[in-house]
Design a protein around this ligand. Structure first.
Ligand SMILES: Cc1cc2nc3c(=O)[nH]c(=O)nc-3n(C[C@H](O)[C@H](O)[C@H](O)COP(=O)(O)O)c2cc1C
Length: 151
C-alpha cells in the first residue's frame, strides 16, 4: 500500500520553525513518505484537500501573547471563523515556544484542541518544544520516530 503524503503546516515568524519543518520533511522522505511543506498554509487548499488518508503535522510557533506566528495567522483566523468539519483528517502537533512566556506554546495547544473539536483525529500526542531549554532538532526527530510507528 502506498504511504500517505504528510502535509507539514508551518507557523513561523522568525524562521526557526521553518527550519525544523524542513528537517522533519527530510527525515520523513528518507523513510519513504512523500511530504509537502506549507510555509504559508493556504486555508482553502488544505481544507478542500482532505481525504481519507490525509495527515497533517502542525509545526506551530507561538508569538505575540500566545498568538499564532505570522505565517499561519490567516489560516487560524479562517479556521476559527468557519469551524469546518474536519473528519476524516488525521493530525499531530509540534508546539514551539519559550517557557519564559505565560502563554507557553499556546498557539500549538489551541491548534491541537481546535482540530480535535472539529472532528479530526489526533494520531499522536502533542510535542512541546521549549526553545530556552530543549534541543529542538533532537526532540522533534525522536518524536517523529515514535509518531511514524503509530501511523
Ligand atoms: C515577540 C515574541 C513573542 C513570543 N511569544 C511567545 C508566547 O506567547 N508563547 C511562547 O511559548 N513563545 C513565545 N515566543 C517564543 C517563540 O515561540 C520562539 O522564539 C520560537 O522559536 C519562534 O519560532 P519562529 O522562529 O519559527 O517564529 C515569542 C517570541 C517573540 C520574539
Amino acid at each position: 500500500m502506498a504511504l500517505p503524503t504528510i502535509e507539514l503546516l508551518v507557523a513561523t515568524t522568525s524562521g526557526n520553525t521553518e527550519y525544523l519543518a524542513d528537517q522533519l520533511s527530510d527525515q520523513l522522505q528518507q523513510l519513504g513518505y512523500p511530504t509537502r511543506v506549507h510555509y504559508e498554509p493556504d486555508y482553502s487548499e488544505l481544507i478542500e484537500g482532505i481525504t481519507d488518508d490525509t495527515v497533517w503535522i502542525g509545526c506551530i510557533a507561538s508569538h505575540g501573547a500566545g498568538d499564532y506566528a505570522d505565517s499561519m495567522l490567516d489560516f487560524a483566523e479562517h479556521l476559527h471563523a468557519k469551524q469546518p468539519a474536519l473528519a476524516p483528517l488525521g493530525y499531530a502537533v509540534i508546539a514551539i515556544g519559550d517557557s519564559c512566556y505565560d502563554t507557553y506554546c499556546q498557539a500549538g495547544r489551541d491548534f491541537d484542541q481546535t482540530l480535535s473539536k472539529l472532528g479530526a483525529k489526533q494520531l499522536f500526542e502533542r510535542l512541546e518544544i521549549d526553545m530556552s531549554q530543549d534541543d529542538p532538532e533532537e526532540k522533534a526527530s525522536t518524536w517523529l520516530g515514535s509518531f511514524i510507528q503509530r501511523l
